[in-house]
Structures are given as C-alpha cells and as structure tokens.
Design a protein around this ligand. Structure first.
Ligand SMILES: [Zn+2]
Length: 273
C-alpha cells in the first residue's frame, strides 16, 4: 500500500486484507511490552530482517509468531485502528477485512476478545476514518474442519458482526472439498462466502471452491491460467478475483512483478465484456 500524495487522490477499496497481517514491527514491540512478553527478536531491525520469505509457509510462520502479542481486546482494537489510519491516508474508502479467529482461540484468546476488539473499531470506521468496512471470519484450511465448524457455530450464536466467511492459511494439500459442510452452514446463516484458491494450489482448487463451496469471490486465483477453460468460465460468469501482486512476489508465488499475470488476466477479462 502506498501512502504517496498521488495515491491519496485515488479512492480505492481493499477487498483482500488480513488484519493480523497488518501488524507492524513497532506495534508488535509495543504490544509485547504492554503484555509483559519477550520477543525472539532483539530489536526492530532484527524483526524487519525476518520479512524475507521463500514461500507462503515461510510467511505464515512469521504471521502466526507475530500475532502472539495480541492478548486483550485493546490489542485487537489498536491493531485495527492502526491499519485504518494508514489505509485512510492511502485513499482506502472501503475495506472488507478478514480476521482469523481460530489462530487466536488456539493461543487461548477467547473469541469475544478477538471479535469485539476488531469489530468494535470497525463499527465506527466510517465516522472516525472515513472508511466503510465489513468483517469476514476466515477459517484455517490446515486445521480440522470440525474445529472450523465449531467456531462458526460460536460466531453465529454470539451474533458476531460478520458479513461472510473465508478460507485461508497453507493451501497446498488442503483443498476446498474438505469444507463443504462449513460453507453450507455459513450460507444457512445468511453469510457470504469467499475462499482463497489458486494462490499456490492448483487450478482445480478454484473449481472446487466454485462448485463445492459456492463462493461469491475467489481470493488470489492466479493459477486459473493453467486451465484455459476455467479462465473462460471465470470471465463468462464474471467471478471476481482479489489478486495481490505484491504479496505474490514477496511470497515467491511469482518471481518478479514483471512476471505477474495480472495484465494478462485483465486482458482476458476485457475480451469478453
Ligand atoms: Zn489472503
């Protein structure tokens, strides 16, 4: 995300955003100090040096390690407010934000702490930052599906202010087909459905997400280009893909920005309109 004056002139929407991924080194150290936690990094520079990734897994290792500092409702609120401040300065006027409740429950942080901390700030995001917002509860595809279903039941029971569910974390070997019942439960609860598919995983994970999970939108989806028939389907049915070129390069799904398929994908889309 750029914070240049030129970018600030362009209103934009952020549709693929993991709030825990917005934790910056300064806030990680601040929250660790506040909670009396010691970090495995001596200083900011040592933490920043870890932001060199070889693949999605290497990113997720740091992502999960960093969120250890999130313990209280105020921590989740400060993280959310910190993101919204930067996003507003960069021209973001609408965000559909994902949060990973399981990642916090597994650390012993109650669901209410996480949801109330994030959602409490989002409730006032338009007034405080000029950014409208929605919250999506994302589930960890590398955890048992029964655990996800249990968390979804709890979210529905507590009337968590979520608009939909998503599916994220380590993709390869964890196909959408294992989560059919979770997505049926979500639809029955009136929730929208999105899922990460085709980030590192094969193109047929995208087909599974569409055919089995009945998602409204695919997160990433860049591997669709391995299957021309799937590309035609995505274009014909106008299935939105939330593509993250800079993430794809940093996590080594794509070698360089010049190699990224986004221009090719945009060209294919416009052919059919
Ligand atoms: Zn993502």
């Amino acid at each position: 995300m750029s914070t240049s004056p030129a970018a600030a002139l362009l209103p934009c929407a952020e549709l693929h955003l993991h709030i825990e991924g917005t934790l910056e080194p300064e806030l990680i150290f601040e929250l660790a100090a506040r909670n009396g936690l010691s970090l495995p990094y001596a200083d900011l520079a040592e933490l920043r040096a870890r932001y060199e990734f070889t693949d999605l897994k290497s990113f997720l290792d740091l992502y999960y390690a960093n969120m250890e500092v999130l313990r209280t409702e105020a921590d989740f609120a400060d993280m959310t407010r910190s993101y919204l401040r930067r996003a507003a300065a960069a021209g973001v006027r609408h965000v559909e934000m994902m949060v990973d409740p399981q990642a916090h429950l597994l650390r012993g942080v109650p669901l209410e702490t996480c949801i109330h901390g994030v959602a409490g700030v989002l409730a006032g995001s338009l007034e405080e930052f000029g950014v409208s917002s929605e919250l999506i509860a994302a589930f960890l595809r590398d955890r048992p599906v029964a655990e996800a279903e249990d968390v979804l039941r709890q979210l529905v029971a507590m009337e968590a202010p979520i608009v939909g569910i998503g599916l994220d974390s380590a993709e390869v070997g964890n196909p959408p087909e294992g989560f059919i019942e979770l997505y049926r439960m979500a639809r029955d609860a009136g929730l929208k459905c999105v899922a990460h598919a085709g980030e590192e995983g094969p193109s047929h994970y995208i087909e599974q997400a569409l055919d089995l999970l009945l998602v409204d939108r695919i997160d990433h989806g860049i591997r669709c280009l391995d299957d021309p028939a799937l590309v035609e389907r995505l274009v014909r049915d106008r299935i939105p893909l939330t593509i993250c070129p800079l993430s794809n390069v940093r996590l080594r799904s794509v070698d360089t920005l010049a190699d990224h398929p986004l221009p090719q994908m945009l060209a294919r889309g416009s052919t059919y309109r």
